[in-house]
Structure formats: C-alpha cells, structure tokens
Ligand binder design. Sequence first.
Ligand code: AIR
Length: 191
Amino acid sequence: MRAAANVCQTPVPDLALVYSMDLRIIGLMSEHPLVGVVMGSKSDYDVLLPAIEILRTLEIPCEARVLSAHRTPDQLFEYVGTARARGLRVLIAGAGGAAHLAGVMAAKTLLPVLAVPIAATSLNGLDSLLSMVQMPKGIPVGTLAIGKPGAANAALFAAEILALTDEALYERLAAWRAARAQEVLESKLPD
Ligand code: AIR
C-alpha cells in the first residue's frame, strides 16, 4: 500500500501506485479535500485529468478515487456516505458504458454530483451520457459533456459552486475566465 499523494500540489502519479491489495483505491488526496473526483475505472483517468488540473490550478483541494458502482459497491457507499462529514462539498463522477456511478452516488448523498460521460465502448460515450443525464425525477445528477471538455467543465462548475461562499476563489475563477478570453483575443491566424 502506497502513501496517498496530494493531487493538488504534486504531479499526479500513476494511479496504479495507489491501489491497495484488494483493489480498493486509496486515492490521490489533499488533506482537506473539497472536491472528490471518482472514476469507475483506472482507464478513465486520462479523461478526468483535465478536471484534476483545473481544480489544481484554482487551488481547490481535491482527491481522486477509482470506485465502481458494480465492482466495488460497498466501498463506493462508504466513500459517498462519509464524504460530507469529511468536508467534501462537490463530487465529480466519471464513468463509461452503463454509467450508473453518478446516479448511485447521488442516491447516497445530498452533495451535488457532477457527471462526466466517458467514451469507453463502441457507442462512444452516448451510452454513458444517457445513463447520466436521464436520471429519473428526484435524484439529480448534473451531467456535463462527453469526455475531456465535460471533465474540465465539471471542475469549473464545482468551482462556481464553491465560489458562492468563497470570495478568494471567486476572484481566481474570474481571473481564469478572463485569461481564456484574452487567449481568444490574441489568437493569430495564418496569413
Ligand atoms: N465502469 C466501471 N464500473 C462502472 C462503470 N460504468 C466503466 C468505467 C470505464 C468502463 O466501465 O468507468 O469507463 C470500462 O472499465 P474497464 O475497467 O473495463 O476499463
């Protein structure tokens, strides 16, 4: 078992390094994470990385875990059931295929759950998009776009939620957005 790493302050190590012997992920941890990024499989990691990078850029403490709704349901319930008490305020769930992960998480917490559909099958993410966005009335899942753009937006959405009660974060978020606008204005096209 490897010591947990701080996903927000250090380079992200290979997720394989944080598997425990029983394949339960110990995770990449900040000491007091506000955002939990959960993925259904280690194979989802590349797609979720933009979310982790944006959280890191905005100095939002976060942690990342691999937990599957059907492969590790007990550990997923434990994680989600204790999330709020541990100080987490927003959960991001990324999964491919029949992506029940986000809905199951939302069923077990009143924390906002933001879902990132992942293209992992021959249906190219449409399967997970529909699994996530078509939650029946009563248990909301905020579903973003398929893949890396959705992952980045999930992190930004989490930042917007947290910025409601954190003025310093609001300023960092405003600066981040202004920088993106500046990039567009400074775009150079070929002659
Ligand atoms: N998955 C795992 N548990 C529940 C779901 N939906 C998804 C993962 C991954 C896909 O199944 O999120 O996108 C394939 O996982 P693997 O481990 O076979 O690569």
